[in-house]
Design a protein. Structure first.
Lengths: 290, 274
């Protein structure tokens, strides 16, 4: 009766989303895969030929490739370490009784809403500039020589900026999880004589485990694709010192006009992202069953 | 049961929390302060009290025509979000109220499209945009951001819709409501808060998207992200102007963001943390 009609209609209501996402996923990816086996340079578009695994071999033997994979991992791991540990500490702090808690929360989460180019340019110029930046002012005030951040520690500088952007996200999610911890459980543990440290290790941390997992996985997806921050600060340099995989692919494609090579790099990026994705899907999928 | 906390302890935590919060907020605060300085003041060393000049704001508009990228940002962010909602609402609806065995798989598959790294399809998308004359067009970028955020929109709406009790629908059906009547008079009023939160979060995400907006535009359709990037290779003194442009670029989204803290957690964790 009405229910069958409703069900048929429901199928149709899903179609637009499904078709759009299917096309969006299949068409460009298939093109990337196809290009990755072609010798195709935009400067010489008339001369396209099948290259087999040439592009992959070319990418694989390029020293910049390994450096960029390494840099990608260093950025992801570095930012994760800072944001997860910092996020736990901040969440614990914000969970305490505080005057003006609402305002403190707003201040802490604000960096997340700053668009990446603004965050990177503000840090690069006003904070980390070796001549006029605030960090240089502080260094001189205590009698040290100012550091030329982007020349001496390019990768670390980028990690610092990105961590600043993502710390609020980690804090907010971990705080949400922390606040769902049953107050009675805490009191019971306290009455049983558990100190703050053991309460944290045996009660709070296990309770937050799921949120921590989610933070790590979601951030990893975004951190694997860091781009704008590198573009406006170091432009990948000096040399390839701060080039990650997305930036190397961008360079190969739009500065080197090498469609084949960039596509091979793209396929490698997909493989990398998929490894992370599998874990995330499991964590989120478990939640659906609940 | 709330515990009573001695005021001294609370004061200690308060001081610690405010110091940390102000340190984290400092780069934003300093940007706002610098935007009210003159260019010579801006590089004259650390100073939290600006002269209060509006010179930089005037110049950002007169020299760089700030209003144009701002409007592009508004059109692209709002446009892509509304497009995504139009496509996603029926889908989330049917998955929440008429689920099948495959609903979960479809949802997981949609989520998986979100994990495709943007760079992996940079080459084909660039070529498609070039060949279809979509480079540097607002329409192309709007559709692009719609596709990128569609999985999140479907997911967010789904988690909200799922919380609407199904019994209400049954009651309405017993009273003889048609499917259309069911949707318009029963479900819509209950779904509005969820739709509004989804709208808010996705405008924020689209506003701050900084890969496609930078790579697929040059001047005409360039939103604020691309506009700010043009400040990375400036001539002469520019910090006060950079600060003014940055303040204008982040202010609206900062305010929206403050209102959507809760939705942010839910939306970005796909309902895994609430």
């Amino acid at each position: 009766m009405a229910t069958r009609q409703t069900r048929t209609l429901a199928r149709f209501m899903m179609l637009p989303s499904v078709i759009l996402l299917l096309v969006w996923m299949v068409v460009p990816l298939a093109m990337t895969l196809w290009f990755s086996f072609q010798n195709y340079n935009l400067l010489n578009p008339a001369n396209v030929s099948f290259g087999g695994l040439f592009n992959y071999r070319f990418f694989y033997t390029d020293p910049a490739f390994f450096q960029s994979i390494w840099n990608t991992l260093v950025i992801v791991v570095g930012v994760l370490l800072i944001t997860v540990i910092g996020g736990i500490a901040l969440a614990l702090l914000l969970d305490q009784p505080i005057f003006g808690q609402g305002i403190v929360r707003i201040l802490v989460i604000s960096p997340f809403f700053v668009m990446p180019p603004v965050a990177a340019l503000v840090w690069k110029n006003m904070l980390m500039h070796p001549g006029y930046g605030v960090f240089a002012d502080i260094a001189r005030a205590v009698g040290l020589r100012p550091i030329d951040w982007f020349a001496q520690y390019p990768l670390f500088s980028i990690i610092l900026i990105v961590a600043w952007q993502w710390l609020p996200f980690a804090t907010l999610i971990l705080l949400t999880s922390l606040q769902s911890l049953d107050g009675e459980q805490k009191e019971a543990a306290e009455m049983d004589g558990a100190g703050p440290v053991s309460r944290f290790i045996y009660l709070t941390l296990p309770h937050m485990a799921r949120a921590i997992t989610v933070v790590i996985l979601i951030q990893t997806i975004f951190l694997l694709g860091i781009y704008a921050e590198i573009l406006v600060t170091t432009n990948g340099g000096p040399g390839y010192a701060s080039t990650n995989l997305p930036f190397l692919i961008y360079r190969t494609a739009l500065l080197g006009y090498d469609v084949g090579g960039a596509s091979a790099g793209g396929i490698i990026a997909v493989v990398l992202a998929n490894i992370v994705a599998i874990f995330l899907m499991r964590a989120v999928g478990r939640n659906l069953d609940r | 049961m709330a515990r009573t906390v001695p005021t001294g302890t609370k004061l200690g935590w308060t001081i610690a929390a405010w110091i940390v919060a102000l340190l984290i907020f400092f780069p934003i605060l300093y940007t706002i302060v610098t935007s009210f300085k003159s260019e010579t003041e801006a590089i004259a060393g650390f100073n939290l009290v600006p002269s209060g000049t509006l010179e930089s704001y005037r110049e950002v508009q007169s020299q760089y025509n700030y209003f144009k990228p701002f409007m592009n940002s508004v059109i692209i962010a709002v446009g892509s979000t509304i497009l995504a909602l139009l496509v996603a609402i029926p889908a989330a609806w049917s998955m929440a109220f008429s689920p099948t065995r495959r609903t979960k798989d479809i949802l997981m598959w949609m989520l998986s499209t979100k994990m495709m790294p943007a760079v992996a399809v940079l080459v084909p998308m660039y070529l498609i945009f070039r060949d279809w004359g979509l480079l540097d067009s607002r329409i192309g970028l709007t559709v692009m951001l719609m596709l990128i955020n569609l999985p999140i929109v479907v997911w967010m709406l789904y988690t909200y819709f799922r919380e609407i009790p199904g019994e209400i629908l049954e009651a309405a059906r017993m009273d003889g409501a048609t499917l259309w009547g069911e949707i318009v008079y029963v479900l819509t009023p209950m779904a509005v808060p969820g739709i509004a939160s989804t709208l808010l979060l996705n405008i924020i995400l689209a506003w701050n998207e900084a890969f496609w907006t930078i790579r697929l535009t040059t001047t005409n359709a360039a939103p604020l992200t691309a506009f700010i990037v043009s400040f990375s290779s400036p001539q002469g003194l520019f910090w006060a102007k950079l600060s003014a442009a940055s303040t204008l670029a982040i202010a609206p989204i900062l305010v929206l963001g403050w209102f959507s803290q809760k939705q942010l957690v839910r939306g970005l964790t796909f309902g895994a943390v609430k």
